[in-house]
Design a protein around this ligand. Structure first.
Ligand code: G6Q
Length: 554
């Protein structure tokens, strides 16, 4: 929608959805299943080895019809084309959004709205990454004393950390004989604990920063450089142990990194969408360039699906619309992501950034305050761990929390009964969340246990489970680089579709930019023993408390 388009809440489909909500929101999914014998077939979609079952949602066929109508009124198909055509859809930063070009068919051009083909520069950078990875793996590139690299440390934060960190961990099964570390936090514990067990002669640092101005990353990079030089290495040796991934080549060169060791990426790749670019160097080093290419190919497969398949059968679109249904009509505040795959333990944290930084916005693209909720709070951890913790609230709390349950059909490790038990839990939880347990069912169980009528009456309310909690179930065959690429791209596109419907810019991050500036003033103020007189009384009090209690330098 543009400035002159009608507001979202005035659209005909929105109004119809409001009326439809009034009709069906009180229905239990038990009824919805009973009324629709082919519900599982009708509400599931397959793409390659990815299978989505969305039948356990508080919807009927009319809901999907109206939600897709809303998507059309919000011009979602046109917005999908605009992204792939390289239009400047990141309006507040006046940039194209081209992470899909990074994983598009390598031998075909990718012409953007300006008429340029972006593929030659992408190809050149990929080739450079490949050469570098191969040289490290073969031992052709060594440390300054001739020893083979054994450890890689990626120094970056936000988009320059969360994506590669999540993927490297997810693909651990495929990892080469190198240990990969990620340092992101400016808290010195992060770098100290990482460097503690490393050998400067065999450690390679990747300083990952698009801007090469991020304070946390540069502070960590300087400490890593000091540590390296204190080991007796000289400035020339530095060039063998430090590489950079950045779009700010002068700043990376000024840090001491030689130009041939700087991997470039471009303004049109947003930080949180950058794992497909040279920001993925740590991934390619961890699992080899070929597997990195498979990751890209998996994402490409989802891109094609997203671009070509009608809204009604389009996985990211359906997930996005279900999210809109719960956020804007049921008033859900959060969305849980629960992978039953230990390798995906960082997926929820990664999606927190991808989703909340993209859609945590309060004004439309035209600058008007929205009168509806936008991006939900994303949270979650791996199953089965969550079951022994916060699942209580999902089963018997008072909130509606949509959950994505994600699991592989096949285990990569196949030890004993583990995988079957994991999947039994996975399926049992979604079943319990949809069905719940009625008063009558709970009573029957209690009666079987031989309790007195008085005791049964007392305990009964506590044994009732309302159920009717919406879940999506996602199966993939097994965790391969390809399947992981498909899964990540699915969420990226879901986020974009929601942003289009909410009429917000999913690709800027002014809140993060603010954070980058705020600390500067206080940093200076913390540097001397003189109490500050500025700020509000709480911040002033806290600054002065900290200064007074800090150990005095002798
Ligand atoms: C992502 C954000 C943000 C960014 C970091 C790191 O979309 O813009 O998370 O990735 O602030 O920025 P640099 O890569 O420039 O250091």
């Amino acid at each position: 929608m543009t400035e002159s388009s009608p507001r979202l809440t005035n659209l005909p489909a929105w109004k119809k959805l409001q009326a439809h909500y009034d009709e069906i929101s009180s229905l239990h999914m038990r009824e919805l299943f009973a009324n629709q014998p082919n519900r599982f077939e009708e509400f599931s979609i397959t793409l390659d080895s990815l299978f989505l079952d969305y039948s356990k949602n508080r919807i009927n066929p009319k809901t999907i019809q109206l939600l897709t109508e809303l998507a059309r009124e919000c011009r979602v198909p046109e917005a999908i084309n605009s992204m792939f055509k390289g239009e400047k859809i990141n309006t507040t930063e006046d940039r194209e959004v081209l992470h899909t070009a990074l994983r598009s068919d390598i031998d075909k051009p990718f012409i953007i709205a300006s008429g340029d083909d972006v593929m030659p520069e992408i190809r050149a950078e990929l080739e450079k990454m490949k050469r570098f990875c191969d040289a490290v793996h073969s031992g052709e590139n060594t440390g300054h004393t001739g020893k083979t690299f054994t450890s890689i440390v990626n120094i970056g934060i936000g988009g320059s950390d969360l994506g590669p960190h999540m993927v490297v961990n997810a693909l651990k099964f495929y990892q080469k004989d190198l240990d990969i570390h990620f340092v992101s936090n400016v808290d010195d514990a992060d770098i100290a604990e990482t460097l503690k067990n490393l050998n400067p002669e065999t450690t390679l640092f990747i300083v990952s920063s698009k801007t090469f101005t991020t304070w946390e990353t540069l502070t960590n990079a300087h400490s890593a450089r000091d540590w390296f030089l204190q080991s007796g290495a000289n400035q020339t040796a530095l060039s063998k142990h430090f590489v950079a991934v950045s779009s700010n080549i002068p700043a990376a060169t000024a840090f001491g990194i030689t130009e041939e060791n700087i991997f470039e990426f471009w303004d049109w790749v947003g930080g949180r969408y950058s794992l497909w670019s040279a920001i993925g160097l740590s991934i390619a080093l961890a699992v080899g360039f070929d597997r990195f290419s498979e990751l890209l190919a998996g994402a490409n497969s989802m891109d094609k699906h997203f671009r070509e398949v009608p809204l009604e059968r389009n996985i990211p679109v359906i997930l996005a619309l279900l999210g809109i249904w719960y956020t804007n009509f049921f008033g859900a505040d959060t969305q849980a992501i629960i992978p039953y795959d230990q390798y995906l333990q960082y997926l929820p944290a990664y999606l927190q950034q991808a989703d909340m930084e993209s859609n945590g916005k309060h004004v439309t693209k035209g600058g008007e305050e929205v009168d509806y909720s936008t991006g939900p709070i994303i949270w979650g951890t791996t199953g089965t761990n969550g079951q022994h913790a916060y699942f209580q609230l999902l089963h018997q709390g008072t909130r509606l929390i949509p959950v994505d349950f994600i699991a592989p059909v096949e285990s990569l490790n196949n030890i004993g009964i583990h995988h079957r038990l994991l999947i039994a839990n996975f399926l049992a939880q979604t079943e319990a969340l949809v069905r719940g347990k009625t008063r009558a069912e709970a009573r029957a169980t209690l009666e079987k246990s031989g309790l007195s009528e008085k005791k049964i009456e007392e305990i009964l309310p506590h044994k009732v489970f309302p159920g009717n909690q919406p879940t999506n179930t996602l199966f993939y065959q097994k965790l391969t680089p390809h399947n992981l690429g498909t899964l990540i791209a699915m969420y990226e596109h879901k986020i974009y579709v929601q942003g289009v419907i909410w009429d917000i810019n999913s690709f800027d991050q002014w809140g993060v930019e603010l954070g980058k500036k705020l600390a500067r003033v206080i940093y200076d103020e913390l540097g001397d023993g003189i109490p500050v007189r500025t700020h509000g009384q709480s911040t002033r009090g806290l600054i002065n408390y900290f200064k007074e209690k800090s150990p005095k330098k002798s």
